[in-house]
Design a protein around this ligand. Sequence first.
Ligand SMILES: [Zn+2]
Ligand SMILES: [Zn+2]
Length: 263
Amino acid sequence: MKVVTLASGSKGNSTYLETDSVKILIDLGLSLKQIEQKLEVLQVNPSSIDAILLTHEHSDHIKGVAFFAKKYGAKIYAHNLLWEVLQNKLKDKAVTNKIVLFSDDFIIGDLAISSFELPHDAVYCVGYSFINDGKKISIATDLGHTNSRIMEKLKNSTLVILEANHDEHLLRNNPKYPIYLKNRILSSKGHLSNITAAETILELASYNVKQIVLAHLSEENNAPEVAYNTIKKFLLEKGVEEGKHIFVDVATQNKIGNIFNLK
Ligand SMILES: [Zn+2]
Ligand SMILES: [Zn+2]
């Protein structure tokens, strides 16, 4: 199984995942042109994408989905509660390609997928776990906090793509952000901070997780080195060494991330 973040952050998200028989995108919050360019860099034919799995209805996750599905025929997968709002947001442009999920667990080709609800200010927001050939990849971004139900899903993952949205100090002191927006981001249904991500990673380290990719970093209230250094320091204080006990990579807004080829 292979995974790579194509874009990650408040301005647009998309992750590419492939197995021997399936190619999928998780979210498509980029323009059609942007996603076409990124897939070209990876030498992936857009017509070979089987499915796009959506996490929730915010535009940084769905912007290009209807256009891409219409042009290339990929099926759009989303939970039935999410479809109730998507119907409007996508203006039915891709209705023929629509797969409505009524169950948390489903299969696409040789990929076993499990979705789980995340606490976020959306109608219905999910994370996903993907299992193939004894490896497990999990994605959890856009969540205000974690709980035992989410941790249960993430544990024993070979790789976890986890949100580290903001540095709380930078956010609280950002003069450009109105107070209502700060409160929304900081709330239990907002986004994980670097510290809450670090706490989650510490727990995951005790559940056999060895590779983390920090994701959905705010360009305004965070930076790759700030997130990485904060988390590395936090872990080290608890006796977990980055690069030895666990590996932490950072996904960014504009660059295609590192390709993780899990064998
Ligand atoms: Zn988002
Ligand atoms: Zn969101």
